[in-house]
Design a protein around this ligand. Structure first.
Ligand code: MG
Length: 310
């Protein structure tokens, strides 16, 4: 049943991360053809922004080592003007590989904290921003859209709670560099709604328009939907989610990582907020992918809708 709530947007664009953020954090490596089928099924279920893969060095993320083989298998989708298929690129080499394959949208992956920048990129925050600068400039010059991920926006496993001013400072630098969308990541899933609102207000108060912000919540402590609702109330209309809840969180030794797209769509549908997603079709896709991975989907909505199959 649809029952709207005042003060929320009429539509949300879901940035589907299952094929990239999800699969890169799964133990099993999925064959390229299965990934291609997965992305096609996600598109058929109505998702219009699907982060397809990552051009990081294969030694870092072996699960996505087939990026250059996968992208050509998505050419039919890429030719649809209504479809967005961003890929993650870590550096200039990654960008060149993506450009050669005709990719039209990229994302870079930054950190709000020094500890995670060191752990993930082996660089300081300043050094990582200096590495992204020519990547973003070249991508923009080629007419590409660039998303900037900012991880550890709420808590960091080494540093504890992260001050909102610190997050805003790194976010402003990514924005000034030319990232037209910033995805605020709660990488270890510790955020709660008041913290979300405080960070969003700090960012919009310091000049980053809310229309250029996305939220990326993890369900580690069961807070992802509460946090999403709080962000929607502040005008955010882009929400990251992972089909079937694919991808645990390697930094928070927990089975539950990414917010499941189905759980998000169930809430948005109930609120009468447009997403364009066919929930039954999407859940069937996630149940199918769970079979490929040999374990049930952690999404409660997928389980509820497909209980006979799992
Ligand atoms: Mg994630």
């Amino acid at each position: 049943m649809e029952v709207p709530l005042a003060g929320l947007p009429s539509g949300v664009r879901i940035h589907e991360v299952g094929a990239r953020d999800g699969l890169q954090n799964e133990k099993a490596t999925v064959p390229t053809e299965v990934k291609a089928e997965f992305v096609h099924r996600l598109a058929a279920a109505g998702l219009s922004t699907i982060e397809a893969t990552s051009f990081v060095h294969p030694a870092w993320v072996p699960q996505l080592a087939d990026a250059a083989e996968l992208v050509p298998l998505l050419a039919d989708l890429a030719s649809d003007p209504g479809m967005r298929l961003p890929v993650l690129v870590p550096n200039q080499r990654g960008l060149e590989r993506a450009l050669e394959l005709g990719v039209r949208e990229i994302a870079v992956f930054g950190s709000a904290t020094e500890s995670f920048a060191k752990a993930n990129l082996n660089r300081t925050v300043d050094e990582s921003l200096a590495m992204f600068e020519p990547v973003v400039a070249r991508a923009r010059a080629e007419g590409l859209r660039v998303r900037g991920y900012l991880s550890m926006c709420f808590g960091d496993p080494w540093e504890g709670p992260v001050p909102v001013g610190q997050v805003a400072s790194v976010a402003r630098r990514l924005h000034a560099m030319g990232c037209s969308e910033l995805s605020l990541g709660d990488t270890i899933g510790v955020a709660t709604p008041g913290h979300v609102v405080t960070l969003l207000d700090e960012l919009t108060g310091s000049g980053v328009p809310v229309g250029e912000l996305a939220v990326h919540f993890h369900d580690t402590y069961g807070q992802a939907l509460s946090n999403t609702l709080a962000a929607l109330g502040r005008g955010v209309t882009v929400v990251d989610a992972s089909a079937g809840g694919l991808g645990g969180c390697p930094y928070a030794k927990s089975a539950t990582g990414n917010l499941a797209t189905e759980d998000l769509v169930w809430m948005l549908q109930g609120l009468g907020i447009r997403t364009g997603v066919d929930l039954v079709r999407l859940s069937a896709t996630s149940a199918w992918m769970a079979e490929q991975l040999g374990r049930p989907s952690p999404s409660r909505t997928v389980r509820a809708l497909t209980h006979r199959e799992q």
